[in-house]
Design a protein around this ligand. Structure first.
Ligand code: HAX
Length: 434
């Protein structure tokens, strides 16, 4: 058995008694009362999920397995000549909470390579879709088309016991994750590069192979590693992660669950915001007709968007109450690698102006930028200007944390999710207004 899977097995054995104890001895402890506002308002702030892969603090931002973004990047082993750790090393870390050695990370790399081949019928499915299909619809279709490969579904039908569910879930999660760079790059080249597909290079890691198949030179391999890790996990209350957790709770296998979560990520209030940031910004630049942008003109354009009833994409957040550290991490990358790039300058000017506009507007609880406000400029700089593809990149990253999370869901035997609904009349009665 691989050292990753063995470490994971040990972690599961150590963790299970904690969950059992909480349920047996402390089940009645109140975590807080759900209010009518929370019941109607998308369960905002209701403490009713358990996620050990990451935690999102409103002020500090994300921690993966207890580590901030800079701590994570610093702690994970890196191959010589690379600025960022491999996705494979991060997969080891997010699954087990342990920092792998370079050797252990390389073992995961070798394992991913064995699992990376995408079945031929997936290419037929993608080619059969209408030409104007959105890349996210293509991505979700490709994932669900592979459901017949599920090791979990087969094992379940053969009568596998509940405490062993995590094992085939882990197998599905790893098989699926290893294939995602090839599927993502295929969608990109099929849709935007005249169908000229670049075959995978079996010598490269997850990020390196993705850059190779996209047809983009270094340092895009390191950009890909950074991007996928940054987008991997945001605890499990967000729409994509929650959907994946919810669907998997019905014991739908990881193929069904991830495909469903990708559909949630495709919403403009969630992952599609990265596409919309670039659409908004490019529209704005075109509207300038060659004139230099100024803060006043940006302010006016932002107000036009708000006054027409639309949201400013890339700003605001349901949990965060400060600038998203994922935004800052990418901003630092831009300051180091592309400080004078005109598009980065416009994005930076929007950062100067938009929070003030949103504060004056007075609605958004958080006027600060989120991850999606900054990610597109990096892609654009390296030649990926087809912004309808951006959410697929996000989806490849999001798969890492969520697939780790549902492996743990099965390990700890979490039940089918089923919150209770009330009627509006019941709320009125509770409020004493009926
Ligand atoms: N522009 C304009 N209005 C905004 C806004 C923004 N960027 N952010 C919030 N608001 C508005 C809301 O639409 C809401 O208006 P109504 O009362 O009329 O419904 C009001 O402010 C209060 O909302 P909130 O409590 O601050 O925010 P929510 O938790 O309801 O929503 C969203 C959080 C991220 C969906 C929201 O901030 C938004 O729509 N932002 C723009 C889209 C975006 O960038 N989404 C990506 C978020 C990060 C992410 O998930 N990435 O994948």
């Amino acid at each position: 058995m691989s050292s990753l899977k063995e470490t994971l097995r040990q972690k599961i054995e150590e963790h299970r008694p904690r969950t059992t104890r909480l349920l047996k001895e402390h089940s009645d402890v109140k975590l807080g009362e759900v209010t009518i506002g929370q019941a109607i308002g998308g369960a905002r702030g209701v403490r009713c999920l358990v996620t050990d892969t990451s935690y999102l603090d409103p002020m500090e931002g994300i921690r993966f397995r207890g580590k901030t973004i800079p701590e994570t990047f610093a702690a994970l082993p890196k191959e010589p000549g690379r600025d960022y750790p491999s996705v494979e090393s991060f997969w080891y870390f997010i699954l087990t909470g342990e920092i792998p050695t370079l050797e252990q990370a390389q073992e995961v790399e070798a394992d991913f390579k064995k699992r990376a081949k995408v079945p031929e019928y997936v290419w037929d499915v993608l080619r059969a879709l209408p030409e104007d299909s959105h890349p996210m619809a293509m991505f979700s279709s490709a994932i669900v088309a592979m459901q017949r490969e599920s090791v979990f579904a087969k094992a379940y039908n053969e009568g596998l016991g509940k405490m062993d569910f995590w094992d085939p879930t882990y197998e599905d999660a790893t098989n699926l994750l290893a294939k995602l760079p090839t599927i993502g790059a295929f969608i990109y080249r099929l849709k935007f590069k005249g169908g000229k597909i670049i075959d995978p290079d079996p010598n490269l890691d997850f990020g390196g192979n993705f850059a190779h198949m996209m047809g983009i030179d270094a340092p895009y391999d390191d950009v890909a590693r950074m991007y996928f890790i940054l987008h991997s996990d945001h605890e499990s209350g967000n729409v994509s992660a929650h959907t994946i957790h919810l669907v998997a709770s019905a014991l739908s296998d990881p193929y069904y669950a991830l495909s469903a979560g990708i559909n949630g990520l495709a919403g403009p209030l969630h992952g599609l915001a990265n596409e919309n940031v670039l659409r908004w910004t490019q529209g704005f630049i075109e509207g300038l007709g060659g004139k230099e942008p100024t803060e006043d003109v940006i302010r006016e354009a932002l107000w036009d968007t708000l006054n027409s009833g639309q949201v400013i994409p890339g700003y605001g957040h349901a949990v965060l109450r400060k600038t998203d550290p994922r935004y800052m991490s990418q901003r630092e990358f831009c300051l180091k690698n592309l400080p004078d790039y005109p598009l980065f300058k416009v994005i930076s000017m929007i950062y100067q102006v938009a929070p003030g506009v949103l504060k004056e507007h007075g609605k958004a609880a958080n006027p600060w930028p989120n991850v999606d406000a900054q990610s597109g400029v990096i892609q654009w700089y390296y030649g990926v200007t087809e912004y309808s593809f951006y959410t697929v990149l996000f989806g490849i990253g999001r798969a890492i944390g969520t697939l780790a999370n549902i492996t743990w869901d099965r390990a700890l035997g979490y039940p089918i999710e089923r919150p209770k609904s009330l009627t509006t009349a019941m709320l009125e009665e509770a409020a004493g207004i009926k």
